[in-house]
Ligand binder design. Structure first.
Ligand SMILES: [Zn+2]
Length: 291
């Protein structure tokens, strides 16, 4: 009797027992870097690690004692013919993942210590898409939201669309029962109220609050502009302005008095604000990628 015939005659339970008895046990953490990434120094291991990864992905959420088919083809060639089996993963009562080919009973692996690997989680989380969307953000819009002094409005980045959205605080307060103002029946007010509702209901981190630039941050951009000027009267005046009682206003008055200085300042400020917005965006992107 060939081993294939013997395998065919086994019950499901017997197959599981036999597979487990001949399984080689693997611990993915023997290969993975401490942060769960592929071993950079050993690319020859990657295909092997990814086969184990695909088995974990197929089996991590199974109830104990149940099985699921994977999309991994059995690599064996019994009687020199490729085996048509697709590997099956079973989550054993002891929480190990047993992988084997249900057709030929070969290619048996038992995966232990898989629970904290990067593949033991839902695959279709929306976050990677959102992280991509953040690449589509219009920096001009973002800079505007950070610098525009519109009182009583709050700006957010919609991580799903990459768009900057603003909502009046009044609309947010209306949700808490405050009566609407005179304009409340206009189309715009209705749209604002709808957005306010979406913001309030957002539990997924879709809307990321955009903090306006603080006085301290504005001051520091002015300070570094002044520090970059060659020694001379312009630099002295700006240094003095920055030490005045209202340094921001005084600085702007001083640069406005000199058209050349003013155009240098505007170019410098634009660049600095773009850098600030870009850095903020990268921070947001990093945070959402690890959520
Ligand atoms: Zn097989």
């Amino acid at each position: 009797m060939t081993s294939q015939t013997r395998w065919n005659r086994l019950s499901d339970q017997q197959r599981l027992e036999r597979a487990h008895s001949i399984a080689k046990t693997v611990d993915p953490w023997h290969w993975l870097e401490p942060d769960g990434s592929l071993p950079l120094e050993h690319p020859q291991l990657w295909p092997k690690v990814m086969r184990v990864a695909q088995a974990i992905e197929a089996g991590w959420d199974l109830p104990h004692g149940t099985a699921r088919g994977t999309l991994l083809l059995c690599p064996k060639r019994p009687q020199r013919q490729p085996c048509p089996g697709q590997l099956r993963v079973t989550r054993r009562p002891d929480d190990q993942l047993l992988v084997f080919c249900p057709e030929c009973g070969a290619e048996v692996t038992c995966i232990r210590n898989w629970q904290r690997t990067p593949w033991a989680r839902p695959r279709c989380e929306p976050l990677p898409l959102e992280a991509d969307q953040l690449g589509a953000v219009d920096l001009e819009d973002l800079v505007l939201a950070m610098t525009e002094e519109v009182e009583d409005w709050a700006a957010y980045l919609d991580a799903r669309t990459g768009q900057v959205v603003s909502v009046p605080h009044e609309s947010l307060r209306q949700l808490e029962g405050e009566p609407p103002s005179l304009f409340a029946d206009s189309q715009l007010a209705a749209a604002n109220l709808e957005l306010a509702r979406a913001l309030q209901a957002d539990a997924t981190g879709r809307y990321i609050p955009i903090e306006p630039l603080s006085g301290r941050q504005k001051f520091s951009i002015m300070e570094s502009f002044a520090a970059g000027l060659p020694a001379g009267p312009a630099r002295e005046q700006l240094d003095q302005a920055l030490q005045a009682r209202s340094p921001l206003r005084c600085f702007l008055q001083t640069v406005s008095a000199d058209p050349t200085l003013r155009s240098h300042w505007l170019a410098y400020e634009t660049r600095a604000l773009h850098d600030h917005a870009q850095a903020w965006l990268e921070e947001v992107r990093d945070e959402s990628a690890f959520d």
